[in-house]
Each structure stands twice: as structure tokens, then as C-alpha cells.
Design a protein around this ligand. Structure first.
Ligand code: HGY
Ligand code: MN
Ligand code: MN
Length: 414
């Protein structure tokens, strides 16, 4: 690996470890991080990030939806900016590299550019997008959608599990929901978006590689399904007289597994609520999430239609009422061929072995793909584990990924 200007890998690692201590689920570190969007844990992490960007000598700006930007000015003010980043919000009991590596790696890359006194034509902006995961309010990609001008106003009425609305959470964070449209930036303002992210899969590990180049990203559809039967006495109600919402759900869950397997996509039911929720009460109402993904949009549509058919058939037979809300519907996306080629060139110049990979997880890059030239650098995940406290990426792999990002940003911004 021929490096003219090495990034400071220990400094990068220290920031990952520091951010990884903000928002611990409990005193037991083995329970990972729970830093839900705009929670007090997320606000603490945001303060840390802003301090870090200032220490790196970047000009910091927070937009009305809470996207945090750190800017390193280029010589040509009118030239479109090169954007790089990811997110720092996490899922419940998540890991310390998902999103964080993309933001902290971009800060380290730009900090090294500044310290090396490399002259840039294009300004580089590091971005930490608000609420990529969607764990707290059930949708996600909020900050990137706001920047791309595709955020729908109805998200401000979404509520978290405690009944707090998005609007209240934004206000509580000192932001201004009424000005969210000011977060939109014109497409011509941005030259390219590069996101470095942990792979969250096993391909790089199987090929013993530190970094991969993403070609396509699966698009997620999130449904919220409510099944309404009839709460009744668990002892006194014969089986044939029941309208058990939980049994209807159980049938549909197994059919979702069959549908996803048949289409070679993925289907997940990660969140379930049973009401009234008593040992001796037949479940009268259940609500559950459905996450369906496929790299091919047409096949994903067929999967969704099959799930709707399953719900219809099972609820009719069981005399249950079914209601479906579509909470997220983001198309699969292909990375810019120009950026893929640039990343291949950088890896070849650095003599870093790499391979092209399809991406199963969703990222802000899905939204950026319709807004500017988008590319993703994947970094090896230990055992492919993610959305799990055991998520891990070695220091050396973080360093290699950040070096590739550094070289790519310099080429794009020169
Ligand atoms: O859901 C996802 O794929 C990502 O972690 N937000
Ligand atoms: Mn994630
Ligand atoms: Mn992520």
C-alpha cells in the first residue's frame, strides 16, 4: 500500500471508542448502544461530534432538521461540494461502528487533508444525517430526505413508543420543525456523496479483504400491520369461537418467511405488540412491523403483493380486521458507475485488494442516489454481525477504509 499522506489511525480509533461510550444501553457494555434519534443520548453524541469537527478546524453548521455539517473550504466557492458522511443514531442495543465509522472516518480524512495543506478546488463537507435508522419514529432517512427535498411534512406527527411526536422531539433538540424545508439543498450544489459504512455482512471476511466497493443497495419497504380480533376469556372461550389476533399474526409471519425465501429477498418482523396483553386474555389486537427488501424493485413489489394477499386471506378466514400502513418505501438504488470506477482506481493505486458488493442494508446513500453521484466504501465486519452489541470492525480495517476515503475525496475535490 503506497500512501503519500497517511490518515491518523489512532486518532480515528480514539474517536470511535469515545463516541462508542455515548448512549450505552446500560452499565453492562455487553448490551451495546441505544442512541435513538433526538434522544438525550443522541443529543450528547451530537455535542461530541460538533466539538470534534471544531477541533478538526471545520466550519460547523446544523440545519433545521438537525443534519450536522463540517466544512473544509475549497478555493472555488461556486464549485459544487463533495459530501461524505453517514449517521450516528443507532438501533436498540446496537453496535458502535454502524454509521459512526462513516462520520468519524470522514472527519479524520478531511482533518488529514487540512493538516497536509492539500489545496482543494471543491469544498468538502462532512455530514451526520439525522435519524437514518428510523428506530424511534418508524421511518428513517429523515435528514437525507430533508436535504434532498423529499421529506414529507406528515413525519412530524409520527409518535414514538412514549407518545412523543417528531415535532416535539425536534423542538426539544432546539431545532425548528417549521423551517425543515430550509434543509433542502439544490442538486447542483453537490458534486458527489461518498459514504463509508461497515458491511454488516460476511462477504469481505470470506474474501479476507478490508474494503469493498458497493454497486447496488436493496430498497426497504416498511409496513405497520394492525390485526383486530376480539379479546375474550382464555378459559371460557372454546377454540372455534375465538377471534385470536395473535394466531392470525403467527400464520402471516410464517407466510412472510416463505414469500421472502421464495423471492430470494428478505422479510423481517422485528417489532410486535399484543393487546390487551394478559396471560388469561385472548389477544384482541396485535400490531407488528414488516420489513421487506429486494435489490430488484419489480420482485419487491411482487413480495409486497403476496404479503397483502396473505393478510387478506388469513384475516377473512379468522374473521379478523386487518389494517396496513406503509411507513417507508424507498427504491433500491445503483451506485454511480463513475464513482465505482474511481474507488476501484484508488484501491488499485494503493494496492488494496477489493471487490464489488451488493448491499443488503439500507443507508442514506439510497436517498442520495437520486440526488447526486453516490458511492459507498464498505469496511469488513467481524462475523458479519450488526444491529447487535457484538458488532465489530478492527482498527486496521477502519484505517484502510478511511485511507481509501481520504484519497477518493482528494481526487474528487482537487
Ligand atoms: O435498516 C437498515 O438497513 C439500516 O440499518 N438503517
Ligand atoms: Mn443500521
Ligand atoms: Mn447504518
Amino acid at each position: 500500500m503506497i500512501i503519500t499522506c497517511p490518515i491518523n489511525k489512532q486518532r480515528l480509533w480514539n474517536t470511535l471508542m469515545e463516541l462508542g461510550n455515548i448512549g450505552l444501553t446500560s452499565s453492562n457494555k455487553a448490551e451495546g448502544l441505544t442512541r435513538l434519534s433526538l434522544s438525550k443520548e443522541d443529543l450528547a453524541a451530537r455535542s461530541y461530534l460538533i466539538k470534534l469537527m471544531e477541533e478538526a478546524g471545520l466550519e460547523v453548521r446544523v440545519d433545521p432538521i438537525g443534519n450536522i455539517f463540517g466544512k473544509l473550504n475549497g478555493s472555488k466557492k461556486t464549485a459544487p461540494v463533495v459530501l461524505s458522511g453517514s449517521h450516528i443514531d443507532t438501533v436498540h442495543q446496537g453496535g458502535m461502528f454502524d454509521g459512526a465509522l462513516g462520520v468519524l472516518g470522514a472527519i479524520e480524512a478531511v482533518r488529514t487533508i487540512k493538516e497536509a495543506g492539500i489545496n482543494l478546488t471543491h469544498t468538502i463537507e462532512v455530514v451526520s444525517f439525522t435519524d437514518e435508522e428510523g428506530t424511534r419514529f418508524g421511518t428513517g432517512y429523515i435528514g437525507s430526505k430533508a436535504m434532498a427535498g423529499v421529506l414529507e411534512e406528515k413525519i412530524f406527527t409520527l409518535e414514538d413508543d412514549d407518545g412523543i411526536t417528531y415535532r416535539e422531539a425536534i423542538l426539544n433538540a432546539g431545532l425548528d420543525p417549521l423551517s425543515y424545508k430550509e434543509a433542502t439543498r439544490k442538486k447542483e450544489e453537490v458534486k458527489a456523496y461518498i459514504e463509508m459504512h461497515i458491511e454488516q455482512g460476511k462477504v469481505l471476511e470470506e474474501h479476507n479483504m478490508s474494503v469493498g466497493i458497493v454497486t447496488d443497495i436493496q430498497g426497504p419497504i416498511w409496513l405497520e400491520v394492525t390485526l383486530i380480533g376480539n379479546p375474550d376469556h382464555a378459559g371460557a372461550t372454546p377454540m372455534h369461537m375465538r377471534k385470536d389476533a395473535a394466531l392470525a399474526m403467527a400464520e402471516v409471519l410464517l407466510e412472510i418467511e416463505t414469500i421472502a425465501t421464495t423471492y430470494k429477498g428478505v422479510g423481517t418482523v422485528g417489532k410486535i405488540k399484543v393487546e390487551p396483553g394478559g396471560v388469561n386474555i385472548i389477544p384482541g389486537k396485535v400490531s407488528f412491523s414488516v420489513d421487506l427488501r429486494h435489490v430488484n424493485k419489480e420482485l419487491r413489489t411482487e413480495m409486497v403483493n403476496k404479503v397483502f394477499e396473505s393478510l387478506d386471506r388469513v384475516s377473512n378466514r379468522r374473521r379478523i380486521h386487518a389494517h396496513i400502513d406503509v411507513k417507508k418505501d424507498v427504491d433500491p438504488a445503483s451506485c454511480s458507475k463513475e464513482i465505482v470506477q474511481l474507488l476501484e482506481e484508488v484501491c488499485s493505486e494503493l494496492s488494496i485488494p477489493t471487490k464489488k458488493i451488493q448491499c443488503g442494508a439500507g443507508h442514506d446513500s439510497l436517498i442520495m442516489a437520486n440526488y447526486t453521484k453516490m458511492g459507498m466504501i464498505f469496511v469488513r465486519s467481524k462475523d458479519g454481525i450488526s444491529h447487535n452489541p457484538k458488532e465489530w470492525t478492527d482498527l486496521e480495517d477502519c484505517a484502510v477504509g478511511t485511507q481509501v476515503l481520504f484519497e477518493t475525496l482528494v481526487k474528487l475535490a482537487k
